[in-house]
Design a binder for this molecule. Structure first.
Ligand code: GLY
Ligand code: MN
Ligand code: MN
Length: 482
């Protein structure tokens, strides 16, 4: 009896510890407040910026898609619920109700369904704990006295075009956007242009420009978050490599990755998981993942865990039967060589475009040497995508793509895809290889963040020999005995 009580205590203590670690691990209010201040510094004088939360999107009937906050809204607030709007002012404002303020959030008090179905929402008091002083119920937005005509600039993002009205909630996102539009329209009508007064103008591009400048350089807290997302993704890649066998399906492989993500507290996939065996790997956005047996194909696995908002983007390509054939190895090593060559250019001051050309040059020369193209300057579509992009809150995070700067986090992802029927020897058909890694640009070079997932043929083949977490738990067929 004693030992059972003791065990219970250990279990509850450890799950409590895990839970509080999880909650404590989100970006802190200071981070978001600091980002708002830098954003404000970059705003034009006498301006206000308006950010809406992401809408809820309907899947069918009374089932919605899993909610995900808009990245800019999350970056500036840390607030992960729908039905809210943030106003950020360049200068302090004054109102009878709230006194002095230079930012204000309107938040939902309920999502208009019973909490027993949807749980509680933060509400204005909860949003204050995210570091805001001025927070009002979204129902007050309509009547909130704000004269937009007095600003030189109203900065807003483009409106979502798929926001549904919830007729029973007069303060849902649809209503907030409509109310905002009305306020802007009446402000336009009120504009007085005379000496010392300016015509208010609505700008829909400046927010994107400022957010790009902010988000393309990561702060330490963001890099720490990305390291976790990337480690989790690499462990997923390792578990699949260890358990891989020709009888597996593409979606079973996807399931192992995603199980590992959840196990380590990642909430989502950063983008729909891509698991393509053989020719399926040639389809760049292949997300059907419905081949029932991967057999002896190469399996291209492009997956990224999203941990507390930040997403990894890691691709490994592995032989389902454990050994690369001669042709698969030739293509694989060529992609690896292109990636290694591009890495060498990754340091502050060098350009994104040069890395692209370096990788392309290696691939062109290699394809010509293997006889897949006639000569290195022969036009082809075997490497049909870009080499690199920023990652962060979005898998394709905003960036200017000019020169590398310290604390950028980017992918380097060369690939060669030879669809069935290509204009080359049949022995190459159906081979698709992408090797995608995530790197941090450092003061004088780069750090490979996705190094927990093996990249060389030798290391991959060795890992495939091992057992994975599920090796002893294979389930009998659905019609089998339970
Ligand atoms: N997974 C999308 C990409 O690699 O860009
Ligand atoms: Mn990518
Ligand atoms: Mn990818």
């Amino acid at each position: 009896m004693k030992s059972i009580t003791f065990l219970f205590l250990i279990i509850s203590a450890s799950s409590y510890a895990q839970e509080s670690d999880y909650l404590n691990d989100f970006l802190k209010p200071d981070f978001h407040e600091g980002r708002r201040q830098v954003f404000r510094d970059k705003m034009p004088n006498n301006s206000v910026a308006v950010f809406f939360a992401n809408p809820i999107r309907n899947r069918s009937n009374d089932v919605d898609y899993v909610y995900h906050q808009a990245s800019n809204f999350f970056y500036l607030t840390g607030y992960r619920e729908p039905g809210a709007v943030l106003l950020l002012f360049k200068e302090f404002q004054h109102s009878e109700e709230i006194g002095e303020y230079d930012e204000i959030v309107f938040s939902q008090t309920s999502l208009n369904k019973r909490p027993v179905f949807d749980g509680e929402v933060l509400g204005p008091e909860g949003v204050k704990s995210l570091g805001f002083e001025a927070v009002l119920d979204a129902q007050k937005f309509d009547k909130f006295e704000i004269d937009f005509s007095k600003f030189d600039f109203v900065l807003q993002e483009k409106f979502f075009n798929d926001v549904r009205d919830n007729p029973s909630n007069p303060a849902d996102l649809f209503s907030l956007i409509e109310q905002f539009k009305e306020k802007i329209e009446s402000a336009k009508n009120l504009e007085i242009v005379s000496e010392g007064e300016y015509k208010m103008s609505v700008n829909t591009t400046r927010i994107r420009e400022i957010m790009t400048e902010l988000r393309e350089i990561k702060l330490k807290e963001e890099i720490d978050m990305l390291r976790k997302a990337i480690d989790i993704s690499c462990i997923g890649q390792r578990e699949v490599m260890k358990g891989l066998h020709p009888g597996m399906s593409e979606s079973e492989i996807q399931g192992i990755h995603e199980f590992v993500y959840k196990k380590y507290g990642a909430e989502y996939e950063g983008y729909p998981s891509i698991v393509g065996a053989g020719h399926n790997g040639c389809i760049l956005h292949y997300i059907k993942n419905d081949k029932m047996k991967v057999k002896d194909d190469l399996v291209l696995m492009d997956l990224g865990a999203e941990y507390h908002g930040y997403t990894a983007d890691v691709t490994r390509t592995i032989p389902a039967d454990g050994k690369f054939t001669k042709e698969q190895a030739a293509i694989y090593n060529l992609v690896l060589k292109a990636q290694e060559a591009a890495f060498k250019n990754c340091k502050p001051g060098n350009t994104f475009s040069k890395s692209g050309w370096i990788a392309r040059d290696v691939i062109n020369k290699g394809l010509a040497k293997l006889g897949i193209i006639e000569s290195e300057d022969h036009e082809h579509f075997y490497f049909p995508h870009g080499l690199s992009h920023h990652i962060g809150l979005d898998v394709h995070d905003p960036g200017q793509y000019k020169k590398y700067e310290e604390n950028m986090v980017i992918t380097i992802e060369p690939g060669i895809y030879i669809p069935i029927g290509s204009d080359c020897d049949e022995k190459w058909w159906g081979i698709a290889v992408r090797i995608e890694d995530d790197i941090l640009i450092t003061e004088d070079g780069y750090e490979l963040l996705s190094n927990k997932a093996p990249r060389t043929i030798k290391a991959i083949e060795e890992l495939i020999e091992q057992d994975n977490i599920f090796s002893e738990y294979d389930l009998p067929p659905l019609k089998g005995q339970y």
